[in-house]
Design a protein around this ligand. Structure first.
Ligand code: NAI
Length: 481
C-alpha cells in the first residue's frame, strides 16, 4: 500500500471508505457498485458503518473505526443516514463534518439533460459553510419554557469557507461570487462572514463580487436564478438555499454534494434515507451516482466520471426514469440501462473533445487554503458589565433586583430581547426568561459580578445564564438592545 497525491493506493487502486447508511442507502449504493464494477473503476472500497442500522447493531451511530477509515483513506462515499427527530442520537452527518473538519459543502445545481425543470440553463454552485452557525447545536433549556441555540461564527471559519469559495470558483473559471447573509440583523455573526468575504475578494480582482440578503436571494432565485453563478453562505442559510436550488433543477433525488476539508472529502447525495420507499427497489440512484462521479473527479479519475455521466444522461434521453420523475423503472432496471449505455459510449473520444466538460469538471475540488488568520487574544478587552439571565414567572411585577451594585448600574431589563425596564413601551407577550443588563462606566473586576450574582441567588432568583460584557477601546463587544 502506498500514498500518491495524498490518496491511498493498493494494488493500483484507490482505497475509498464506503458507508451504505440506511433506508434507501443500500439500494442506491448497490447501483454505484454495479456501475463501478462494470467499467472497472480502479477503486477498492473499504466498507464501514454509520447511521441508524449501525446504531441498532453496534450501539453507536458512528463507530471510531469509521472515522479512522476515512482519516486513513482521505476519501469516502456515503449513503444517507437517518437522524431521529427531537431526541435520540445527533446527526451522523454533522458529526462526520465536525470530526474531519469538512468545512466546505459544495453542491452543484446544474440543469440535467432531458429532466424537466422550471429553468433550463442553470449552472449554479452553492458553497455552504459546514461546521459553524447553529449546526454545532449547542442548545440549552434556559427555563422550562425557553430554549436557546447558539449561533457560532469565527474569523477562521469565515476565512476558510470564503477563501475556499474563491479558490474553487477560480479553478472552475466562474465569473461571479455572491456572498449570502443576514448582516442587517445579525450584525456581528453575518457581519463577520460578509466582511471576511470582501476582505478576501481583494485578492481576486477578476471576479464580479457582490452580496445579497438571504430572503432577497430566495425571491431572486425563484424569479431569475440564471443570474447567479457561485453562492457562498453560512451553514443554515446554505442548507435551505441549496435545497431550493435542488428544486430549481428538478428534484432532490438528483442533487449531490461534496463535503470537503483540507485533508478529507466525503461525497454523498443531498437527499435523506427516504424510509417511506426503502426496500422497494424504486429509489432514484441518480444523486448518489453523480456524487460518485464527483468523487472520481476529485481523485482525478475524470474519464470514468465522464463515461458514467454520459451513460446516465442517455438514460434520461431514452426516457428511463424512476418513479419520483414519473417513470416506471425500478432502481435496478435504471442501473442496468445505464450500464447498457456505457457499452455504446466511445470511450476514447471524450475529454479532449469536450471543452465544456474540461472547463467545469476536469478539476479537482481540492484547494489549498493558506494564511488562515492567526488567533487574536483579548488582552485589551475591559470588563464593563454583565447580562444576567434569570427565570421569573410573575408577569405582573419585575424581579426585586438592585438598581445599583458597587459601580454597576441596572441599564435595562428585557424580555425576548425587548426592553421592558426602565420603560415598558412594548406590548410583547412576556415569557419567563429575563435579561438584566448591568453596566459600569469603567473597568470592573469579576468579584463584583460574583457578588451581584450572590445577591440574586439569596433572593431566590434563579440565574440561567450570564454573559460578561467587554469593550476594546471605544468598541463594545456586545450588541445593544
Ligand atoms: P428524504 O430526503 O429522505 O425524503 C424526502 C422525500 O423525498 C421522501 O418522500 C422520499 O421518498 C423522497 N426521496 C428522497 N430521496 C429519494 C430518491 N433517491 N429517490 C426517490 N425518492 C426520494 O428526507 P426526510 O424524509 O426528511 O429524511 C429521512 C431521514 O433522512 C431523516 O432521518 C433525515 O434526518 C435523514 N437525512 C439524511 C441525510 C444524509 O444522510 N445526508 C440528508 C437528509 C436527511
Amino acid at each position: 500500500m502506498n500514498k500518491t497525491n495524498d490518496f491511498v493506493i493498493d494494488e493500483g487502486k484507490y482505497v475509498v471508505s464506503l458507508i451504505r447508511g440506511d433506508g434507501i442507502g443500500y439500494e442506491i449504493i448497490d447501483s454505484v457498485l454495479k456501475i463501478f464494477d462494470y467499467i472497472k473503476v480502479p477503486i477498492k472500497f473499504e466498507e464501514v458503518f454509520a447511521g441508524l442500522d449501525c446504531y441498532n447493531k453496534f450501539g453507536t451511530p458512528l463507530p471510531k473505526e469509521t472515522l479512522e477509515s476515512i482519516k486513513r483513506n482521505k476519501v469516502a462515499l456515503k449513503g444517507p443516514t437517518t437522524t431521529p427527530k427531537g431526541s435520540g442520537f445527533k446527526s451522523v452527518n454533522v458529526a462526520i463534518r465536525k470530526y474531519l473538519d469538512l468545512f466546505a459543502n459544495v453542491r452543484p445545481s446544474k440543469t440535467l439533460p432531458n429532466i424537466s425543470s422550471k429553468y433550463n440553463n442553470l449552472n449554479l454552485i452553492v458553497i455552504r459553510e459546514n461546521i459553524e452557525d447553529t449546526y454545532p447545536a449547542v442548545e440549552y433549556y434556559q427555563t422550562p419554557d425557553v430554549v436557546q441555540t447558539l449561533r457560532i461564527t469565527s474569523r477562521q471559519g469565515s476565512y476558510m469557507i470564503n477563501k475556499f469559495a474563491f479558490e474553487l470558483a477560480k479553478k472552475l473559471q466562474r465569473k461571479r461570487i455572491t456572498c449570502v447573509h443576514k448582516a442587517n440583523i445579525h450584525k456581528f455573526s453575518d457581519g463577520m462572514f460578509l466582511n471576511t468575504f470582501y476582505e478576501i475578494s481583494k485578492d481576486y480582482p477578476d471576479f464580479i463580487v457582490d452580496d445579497i440578503i438571504v430572503d432577497n436571494l430566495c425571491m431572486q432565485l425563484v424569479k431569475n436564478p440564471e443570474v447567479f453563478d457561485v453562492l457562498v453562505l453560512p451553514n443554515i442559510f446554505g442548507d435551505i438555499v441549496s435545497d431550493l436550488c435542488a428544486g430549481l433543477v428538478g428534484s432532490l433525488g438528483l442533487a449531490y454534494s461534496a463535503n470537503i476539508g483540507l485533508k478529507y472529502a466525503v461525497f454523498e447525495a443531498v437527499h435523506g434515507s427516504a424510509p417511506d420507499i426503502a426496500n422497494k427497489n424504486i429509489a432514484n440512484p441518480t444523486a448518489i451516482i453523480l456524487a460518485s462521479t464527483y468523487m472520481l473527479k476529485y481523485l482525478n479519475l475524470n474519464s470514468y466520471a465522464y463515461i458514467i455521466e454520459q451513460a446516465l444522461f442517455k438514460n434520461f434521453e431514452n426516457g428511463i426514469f424512476t418513479k419520483d420523475l414519473n417513470g416506471n423503472y425500478s432502481t435496478t432496471e435504471f442501473t442496468d440501462h445505464l450500464i447498457k449505455n456505457i457499452k455504446n459510449i466511445d470511450k476514447h473520444a471524450f475529454i479532449d473533445n469536450d471543452k465544456d466538460y474540461n472547463k467545469d469538471n476536469n478539476k479537482q475540488s481540492k484547494v489549498n487554503i493558506e494564511n488562515i488568520p492567526f488567533l487574536k487574544d483579548s488582552k485589551n478587552w475591559e470588563l464593563i458589565g454583565v447580562d444576567i439571565f434569570i427565570e421569573w414567572n410573575d408577569t405582573e411585577k419585575l424581579p426585586n433586583i438592585p438598581l445599583e451594585f458597587s459601580n454597576l448600574k441596572l441599564n435595562f431589563i428585557s424580555n425576548r430581547a425587548t426592553k421592558i425596564y426602565p420603560e415598558k413601551i412594548s406590548d410583547i407577550t412576556l415569557v419567563n426568561w429575563y435579561r438584566c443588563r448591568y453596566l459600569a462606566n469603567n473597568n470592573i473586576d469579576f468579584d463584583t459580578i460574583k457578588e451581584l450574582m450572590d445577591n440574586f441567588v439569596k433572593k431566590g432568583i434563579r440565574i440561567s445564564q450570564i454573559e460578561l460584557l467587554y469593550k476594546e477601546g471605544n468598541q463594545n463587544m456586545f450588541s445593544e438592545e
